[in-house]
Design a protein. Structure first.
Length: 355
């Protein structure tokens, strides 16, 4: 597989008949490549909740298609009936995961489109909604290239780069974009891939994507990050993000803030790759970001032949943590590279209209 085809991996799209959403079941990777065709509300919700489709921008695109597909099934004939049903579907899909802002943002954008065309005929609304979902998808793909170009200016040929979770094409995220772009241009990076407990997105997805693209990479357990940094093997850390607050505090996969603290200790730059769809100016700081809590089975039994702890043992399983803005060397966006203090630099790039 070429670097280009890895970058173009389709996380979600409309089916050929346009009535369902097709997505790659990321829970089965790297062992099986299975595409799901989904059109029922419960299945679409479950695909997000179970991380069949995952990664912030990818969830947003999937949700835009999902709400369009559900709207197609309407029996409502009036604008008012259609709009009320649309909002109900929006709230249902939005309840699947709380932290990645892209989910709520893209669903809200679809709902705004309905409201903007108040009084329109249902058939016209459906055509408009389809265009909106396709536009959201196109915009996220365009963003990937722009962020990757900026990201590549932060590293040099031969660098060791540590990654956490999966922020690559499967997530429709630019976190691996600079590495893939560099590969196309002849750079030889070496990636240290955190396995990313408990759902192993690094082991299952990042090392898979990098390997397919021919990028040299080594898988490590999360608690090995410190030693590879101390041994001088890491020149930069690259992570994606699920929600960036107005002051630059960044929610990303659990363990990201630990990587940032280690990076600071060893004097290694820690970069966040951030499409504008992931910035949430309505959150002043990371304290306003809701952290998703997940089930104990993900820690105790999933991926193991036998349970790895007694059934009675309590588990705490937050899916994300927030990295303090002060620990982030740069936030790389499609409009440019922001530096601390982010309240000013993010605002300067994204202006009041997005705020
Ligand atoms: O729980 P996941 O797998 O959806 O979490 C994904 C991440 O934390 C990614 O790093 C993030 O969404 C990056 S994509 C911009």
């Amino acid at each position: 597989m070429s670097v280009e085809s890895v970058k173009r991996a389709v996380a979600a799209r409309l089916s050929d008949d346009g009535k369902a959403v097709v997505c790659l079941d990321q829970t089965l990777l790297p062992n099986e490549t299975v595409y799901l065709t989904l059109d029922k509300a419960e299945d679409l919700w479950e695909a997000i909740y179970m991380l069949r489709v995952r990664g912030a921008p990818s969830i947003g695109v999937f949700a835009a298609y999902a709400i369009y597909v559900l709207a197609l099934q309407t029996k409502e004939t009036t604008y008012e009936g259609f709009a009320a049903e649309f909002t109900k579907n929006k709230e249902y899909l939005d309840s699947s995961r709380p932290t990645a802002v892209n989910l709520a943002k893209q669903l809200n954008r679809m709902e705004k489109t309905v409201k903007k065309h108040e009084g329109a005929a249902v058939a016209d609304l459906l055509a408009i909604l389809k265009e909106e979902a396709l536009a959201i998808h196109r915009e996220e793909l365009d963003m990937l290239n722009a962020v990757s170009e900026y990201g590549l200016t932060l590293v040099k040929d031969g660098d060791g780069i540590l990654t956490h979770c999966n922020a690559g094409p499967l997530a429709m995220s630019p976190g691996l974009g600079a590495i893939l772009l560099g590969k196309e241009r002849g750079y030889e990076f070496h990636c240290w891939v955190d396995e990313t407990r408990p759902l192993l997105q690094g082991a299952r997805l990042t090392s898979y994507e990098l390997q397919l693209a021919g990028v040299d990479c080594t898988l490590i357990c999360d608690n090995m990050a410190s030693i590879v940094m101390k041994e001088g093997k890491v020149n930069a850390c690259f992570i994606g993000c699920d929600r960036v607050a107005a002051n630059g505090d960044t929610a990303n996969k659990i363990g990201s803030s630990g990587v940032a603290i280690l990076a600071k200790h060893y004097g290694i730059p820690f970069y966040v790759f951030c499409p504008s769809s992931t910035i949430d100016f309505s959150c002043k700081t990371g304290a306003d970001i809701k952290i998703e809590q997940r089930k104990p089975e993900e820690i105790k039994t999933k991926f193991y032949e036998k349970p790895m702890a007694l059934e009675s043992v309590k588990c705490y399983n937050p899916a994300f943590d927030v990295t303090d803005a002060e620990l982030i060397s740069a936030i790389v966006t499609e409009r440019g590279i922001c530096r601390y203090p982010y309240t000013e630099s993010l605002k300067a790039l994204f202006q009041e209209e997005d705020a």
